[in-house]
Design a protein around this ligand. Sequence first.
Ligand code: SAH
Length: 387
Amino acid sequence: MISPDLSGAPDGLLEVLRREICASGPVPVARYMDMCLTDPQHGYYCRRDAIGATGDFITAPEISQIFGELLGIWVAATWQQLGEPEHLHLIELGPGRGTMMRDVLRAMRVLPGLRERVKPGLVEISPHLRATQRATLAGDDQGLTWADSLQDILDDPTDAVPTIILANEFFDALPVTQFVRVGGQWHERAVGLDAENGLAWTHLSPVAELPDLPEAIDSRANDGDIFETRRPALIASAPTLLEPLAAVASRVPTVLLAIDYGHEGPAIGDTLQAMRAQTYADVLQAPGEQDITSHVDFAELAGILEAIDLETDGPITQSEFLSGLGFASRLERLLIGKDASQANAIETAAHRLVAEPGMGNHFRVLGARSRGLDPLIPFPAPVPADS
Ligand code: SAH
């Protein structure tokens, strides 16, 4: 008998999940999320053109060019801060449609000669999105390379040059681990099957303790509460992400900028969300057919980066970050020569990035740098520990 090819079938991943759950029991939330997003055959990012005004979700660089342009200005200023090195490796993690890198490369031309010194690298697992990125960047592809991971892009440590790494909405797509409180104990949350063979929330055996959850929060937790952590995924990604980052940062001046929606510090709450056609969807519906993300705990991310010997700046809100880079004057310049309706569209889109409540305060920016480098712009200077 010929087994059916489920690769193109709409419930291809659902069938894979059913088989795995029947064979080995419920899949933890982190594995579910990972399969939904990055499974090479059925994963969401690998199959569809999801990002942008006509996709399932829209990101800052797709909303307004001012986002990538201000980041380009930030890269230029940071290059100056690094002492204007002869060569600069500019890497983006999870570049989506390539729009941000295109706008960054264009805007950094404010400093004559800088673009020629920059080797841009895109870390992207999705062949589908790589093709989109290639098309977006076709007009400015000097030195451009692609790789599946940071490790692959930095694979020759002998010629390491000062490196700037940008990540917008990358960390939120890394699998999150969830724990749910049941009968007064924490259990890893998982996805199993209900009586109709559909996907259903369940949990695994109780865990002894959650080391990342402070006692003060733990003691107030009620049944049904959920605690999330990305530490397991970040630790699991050590060989491809954290270790190459630590290695390059110890050898050459290295800077990382992580922009994402999230909060600071451990908290109780379920932030796992699915997006389809720009509206929230059921996380268990249509696996592989919709985007799944969860909020980033910036305190956790900062702690992990500090543990690999980077110093961190912020997080500050996206609105503080963009304002600090000259959002208002950049917007004024973009409006020059535009008619009323064009100007209105540009202004509305740009203001969405800094709106509060909205993207302006839901998104945060965390900087990280090789030990010994000065604090990054436009982050406030760190407050001395004893003041
Ligand atoms: N930064 C883009 C896209 C965000 S969506 C923007 O702002 O528009 C997340 C991106 O990360 C996609 O390009 C996705 O394919 C990529 N991605 C997700 N997980 C990844 C992983 N483990 N390694 C590399 N890229 C990944």
